[in-house]
Design a protein. Sequence first.
Length: 281
Amino acid sequence: MKIAVIGATGFLGSNIIKFLSKKYKIIATYNNKNKIIRKYHNIRNIKWKFLDIYKKKKFFKYLEHPDIVIHLAWSNLPNYKRKYHIKKELPKQKKFIFSLINNGLKNIFIAGTCFEYGLQNGKLNENIKEKPNNNYSLAKYLLKKYIFSLKKKYNFNLTWGRIFYVYGKHNSRHTLFNQLLYSSKKNIKLNVNGNLIRDYLHIDQVSKIIVNLCIQRRDFGVLNICSGKGVSLKKLIKNICKKNKLKLNINYKIKIKNSLEPNKFWGCNKKLKNCLGKNAS
């Protein structure tokens, strides 16, 4: 089985490769050669290919006719409010995915976002109406609608993985985990709204879930990638610090205004568990 990972040098993509590399032939794409993961560079079943979806190309042929595409790439993040997402990124994403499907791709996983739900609190399931409230989430929502419209004409399996919050170490990304490591090392005081409730999964769990879903080659549709539980930011940070023996000076009482996210929300993972079956963690 041949699997193409679009955005293979990113936080999620580089970790997914770790769980694919021993069993499948992988086409791993990058748009910056300096970001290619060195430890994967010489593994025989991983082939690295430069990919720029902004350039016209017969993408399915260029990716060597993969059985599955795991599409994680999206530019200009975390600048969620930029009109760029609507005006430039969305049209190019549509053309890229259309090109793949029109030329024969039968299985695709696309990374969505919990931001598609907008400012809705509480437990959110896949049937709740989306209310995107920034240009990034709106662009993702419109892309989803477009791809589902393609299913009326083309026969392919789609999983739209609506990813919630991911934590873990990554050398080139400003993650929560990296911020805690840096603050501990430099003895910097952190101001955190500890009462925020979010749905967090470790990067390894998210990667395993995506791999397990993709190799089934089934049409799962929209699917929350989440733990199904809300946890306070304070509790999460304390657990991370305890596990990694970090000593931090944190002010949890501060209230930070955030117009992009609700205060307390988490995902329903009932459908996810059903799709994973015996592989559910």
